[in-house]
Design a protein around this ligand. Structure first.
Ligand code: MN
Length: 374
């Protein structure tokens, strides 16, 4: 018997930027400073150059790499028309599309450079991705070295129809923390525009001193480093709740992409306990509990986690979204249907629909209407 196709939306996908994006759209002197990756297959190292600085990261091992090359670079990763075929094959209707190389924009430390880069990236993404199909929602970028620049660009792209932005888990090095009032104009603008803040894990600022993503070596290192990548967003969300940002902006919505979901009820419990038991020392005071704020305004996407579905089913946390992470190694490309069946077979159909489709449509109600049954 052929399994029924489960149609889902993906709240976490990525596009690989074309290699000529910067040379086509930026003056040569700026294009030369943009992020680029050079792979040394023999040493198993990838060097990423960003504005005259660089860092190295380990490529997957050879066996993994053969697997990864096949699955990580499908033609649809760089071509929105071919991508629609991959989506149809995987049973994915609509996608929130994050960048790939653009994930390093937080490490451009020159205000003019990052502003030009972000504008070029955003204009390209609108044409090349959203321009191809109403099934794509682009996570646009902002120049975060200055809140004035960030708001100016947000207003510009909102006027062109932007519905989501990529918000790094922390501001660039030397910028004030998100709990600082410095950032109020950005939250004001995003809340008023109804733009979803897509906080993708792993977008910490880079110091260029260490190999990226490698904090632990030795036994357990690979798993410890992967787990570690979840914590930045959890710290950021804790700050936004405890610091009163979400309370002051009750319509502001943040989607934490690729970080799992069952941490949200956990954080809610911890923050509620602190708010109650440490009451005299807590400031600012909040109008509703931390956990209620999380459940109202924070959305979270996962790929494989069984506990994410449990959070939606039995912990009362309804803002759980599935994501394919196409075309990345952590993602489900090639086995999306198997994963969706493992997650949802035997679960209530209302729950499945909430996590695979309805929570996504709550954030992005104007994607192209589904012509397939969810
Ligand atoms: Mn992702």
């Amino acid at each position: 018997m052929v399994d029924e196709l489960i149609w889902a939306c993906s709240a976490d996908s990525h596009f690989l930027e074309p290699e000529d994006l910067w040379s086509e759209r930026l003056p040569a002197d700026l294009a030369a400073r943009m992020p680029r990756s050079v792979r040394n297959e023999e040493k198993g190292i990838e060097t990423v150059f960003v504005d005259g600085k660089s860092f190295e990261r380990t490529l997957p091992s050879l066996g993994q790499r053969e697997f990864a090359e096949e699955t990580m670079r499908p033609p649809g990763a760089r071509d929105a028309r071919l991508r629609l075929k991959d989506l149809d094959g995987e049973g994915i209707w609509a996608e929130l599309v994050f960048p790939s190389l653009g994930m390093w924009f937080n490490s451009l430390w020159n205000r003019d450079l990052v502003t030009a880069a972000v504008q070029a990236n955003n204009d390209w993404a609108r044409e090349a991705i959203e321009g191809v199909s109403g099934r794509f929602v682009v996570a646009y970028q902002l120049p975060m070295l200055s809140v004035v620049d960030a708001v100016t660009e947000l207003e510009r792209i909102v006027a062109d129809g932007a519905r989501a932005i990529l918000l790094p888990v922390e501001p660039p090095v030397a910028q004030a923390n998100y709990t600082s009032e410095v950032w109020e104009p950005l939250w004001d603008c995003a809340e008023a525009a109804g733009v979803v803040m897509g906080m993708h894990i792993g977008t910490e600022s880079i110091t260029f001193e260490d190999e990226i993503g490698v904090q632990f070596r030795g036994p357990g290192g690979a798993i410890r480093n992967y787990v570690e990548s979840s914590f930045g967003a959890q710290r950021a969300i804790t700050g936004l709740v405890a610091g009163g940002v979400l309370d002051r902006h009750p319509a502001l919505r943040i989607l934490v992409a690729e970080g799992g979901a069952s941490w949200v009820p956990f954080l809610g419990d911890r923050m509620n306990e602190a708010y109650r038991q440490h009451g005299p020392r807590v400031r600012p005071k909040l109008s509703i509990s931390p956990k209620e704020q999380l459940y109202r305004q924070v959305y979270a996407s996962f790929q494989h986690d069984e506990s994410a579905v449990d959070a939606a089913e039995s912990m009362g946390y309804r803002n759980v979204l599935w994501g394919s992470d196409y075309p990345h190694q952590e993602g489900t490309f090639g086995h999306s249907q198997a994963t969706l069946h493992e997650l949802f077979d035997g679960r209530p159909s209302e729950l499945r629909r909430r996590v695979t489709v309805d929570a996504f449509l709550e954030l992005f109600p104007d994607v192209e209407p589904m012509t397939v049954a969810p």
